[in-house]
Design a protein around this ligand. Sequence first.
Ligand code: CTP
Length: 498
Amino acid sequence: MASITVRRLDDNLKAQLRLRAARHGRSVEDEVRTILREAANSSTSARMRGEVGEPKADSRASSTRDGEPGNGQFAQAPHPNPLPARAERERKITLIIGGGIAAYKALDLIRRLKERDAHVRCVLTRAAQQFVTPLSASALAHERVYTDLFDPQSEFDAGHIRLARDCDMIVVAPATADLMAKMAHGHADDLATAILLATNRPVLLAPAMNPLMWNNPATRRNLARLKSDGILVIGPNAGEMAEANEAGIGRMAEPIEIADAAMQVLRPAPTGPLAGKRILITAGPTHEPIDPVRYIANRSSGKQGFAIAASAAAAGADVTLISGPVGLSDPPGVRVIRVEVARDMLKQVEDALPADIAIFAAAVADWRVAREGDQKIKKTSSGLPPLQLVENPDILATISKLKQKRPPLVIGFAAETEHLIDNAMSKLLRKGCDWIVANDVSPSGGVMGGDRNTVHLLMKGKSGGETQIESWPVMPKDGVASALVDRIARNISGAETA
Ligand code: CTP
């Protein structure tokens, strides 16, 4: 098969090709491929229509036995087992591998993405090449790997622009603190950052770094900036670090999680039963500081709220999840905002309005100390420290009672250890929400922190009608999540009246 080197074409033709490619948002190479494909297709269909001479065998093959028109795809004799329809267009991913110890996992990520039928083009930063070799990446991707912004082989037609745009999305894994800082500030001093600045495709970061770097205010600022710029983030997860005796949040999300998140991003426009609906969810505990080292908290793991967020996103909703401190990674396709204290949770909830549905699954601390100590409170011989408590804002009640911007469907949770239904019923009335998911959190049930939940759904009747109560069987928390999402979908579609 002959190959064409675009560089060797005459200048006028090259200029025309560049213009055409730019108009179509394609690389010059892809534009050439498209032109050739179009030319080949038009001569094939001309032959099918008999506009040009055609070998006899082919013309027989292009009509079917029953005299119906041929499908024009394969000029072959009818086959007893017809070929399957052409697979969905291959998704192209530019994978930027940053320089961190987690780079070795990026090699597995290439395989995971390819398993999901993605075409992967790898870019390795200079630091990444200290951890993995371009040869390993190219052997797994079955493609050449890109490392240099000034590579004459790929930059003759501004290859960094091709890598930035001739793809469906960009994944950065591992996204180091340095790479995130450069992105947040718009640097473009190497191939990876130039691609990230030049792209108009979705970008998914999988951060990986030491927990202290992750928690450093500079990284927090950069992360917030990137999220507000629309950059998607998966992880990092909590766990052991490569550094001896260190653990915390900073491990890169697992390759399968990243590959699934990427596929979620590449899904066509949402079509599920909650497509077009904005859902706001709170989850997890809050940590209310007593002094710089101590806080008031509870045993909530956040699992139920995270599962609801994942289910709602899978049903096509646009989901914002506002979570207290938990060790869970961001569910794919969900905008996650992490907070520590109840007052910040309320502020983030208010900022995220308007929403069609709000679900308050967080176990918000009811109290905080009136005066947080600036320094660690010391034990003294003069007795116990006076800790005066004040009440936190009730987020569910505040949002349920809004005059403006109240979401049309507000759902609360009632965590009870006794008189489950009675307490939940009075909470439903007191807080002013529409539905309450009541769950028994007695220590014997293992709900707090566990994976299963037994719930009762209380739905306030419309226009003062009677409250309906449904008791669901014990289910895993993601089962409760999908049952709740299903119930919401039926309710808003008008298929039932609560
Ligand atoms: N909630 C809230 N803000 C608070 C307290 C609770 O938004 N400051 C929400 C929870 O997210 C949940 C509902 O209110 O949806 C009920 O929470 P729960 O802890 O069961 O009830 P409390 O209001 O805290 O009442 P109590 O602790 O007396 O049972």
